[in-house]
Design a protein around this ligand. Structure first.
Ligand SMILES: Cc1cc2nc3c(=O)[nH]c(=O)nc-3n(C[C@H](O)[C@H](O)[C@H](O)COP(=O)(O)O)c2cc1C
Length: 180
């Protein structure tokens, strides 16, 4: 189903970034072409080399890196069949809801017209904050598919809602999205 699909995986700065490494591996096993875009914050959690190795592709971070044909955020957006943001931080979701394009990931998100699936992960209070609720409602109204976080032990030590969905479950949702 995902065989031959070009998938852009956006990784943002949360502890669940380690789970995005597993998702990359699962997508590669499905023979999808995976290109990873990381925010600067995401590189604090997992090394870009991990994603480059698992995806067998370059990892994109720098908006202003030299390019050969068109700017990176445009060429990445143009070649995507599907965009997945996992983990999606409260910060990047807020930027996306408002159309802010201040790094390579948010610029590419704004330039992409492909289906977008987001898998948020954050502290329960961040998840329940009215700003986050509002941002997610805005994104849903635009057709963005939100894979809800689950209840479990969070990085801050509490047992509450905010854990990113498991990579295998995200994979299933992506398959359904491609099918529909
Ligand atoms: C240890 C640690 C864990 C964090 N985990 C999360 C998280 O799970 N979700 C989240 O929204 N922000 C989290 N943050 C805060 C983000 O890293 C911060 O908002 C950052 O600006 C996000 O940038 P980005 O959206 O460009 O990746 C965490 C920060 C630290 C230091």
């Amino acid at each position: 189903m995902l065989n031959g699909k070009h998938i852009i995986l956006g990784v943002t700065g949360g502890i669940a970034a380690y789970k995005a490494a597993e998702l990359t591996s699962l997508l590669a096993k499905e023979r999808a072409t995976v290109e990873v875009i990381m925010t600067a914050a995401a590189t604090q959690f997992v090394a870009p080399l991990t994603f480059a190795t698992l995806s067998r592709n370059d990892v994109h971070i720098d908006q202003f890196a030299p390019f050969s044909s068109s700017p990176r955020h445009i060429s990445l957006a143009d070649r995507a069949d599907l965009f997945i943001l996992a983990p999606a931080t409260a910060n990047t979701l807020a930027k996306l809801a408002r159309g802010i394009a201040d790094n390579l990931l948010t610029s590419t998100l704004l330039a992409a017209s492909t289906p977008l699936v987001v898998a948020p992960a954050m502290n329960n209070k961040m998840w329940e904050h009215p700003a986050t609720r509002e941002n997610l409602a805005t994104l849903r109204a635009r057709g963005v598919e939100v894979i809800e976080p689950t209840v479990g032990r969070l990085a801050c030590g509490v047992n509450a809602v905010g854990r990113m969905a498991e990579p295998a479950d995200i994979l299933q949702r992506l398959k359904l999205r491609v099918e529909s």
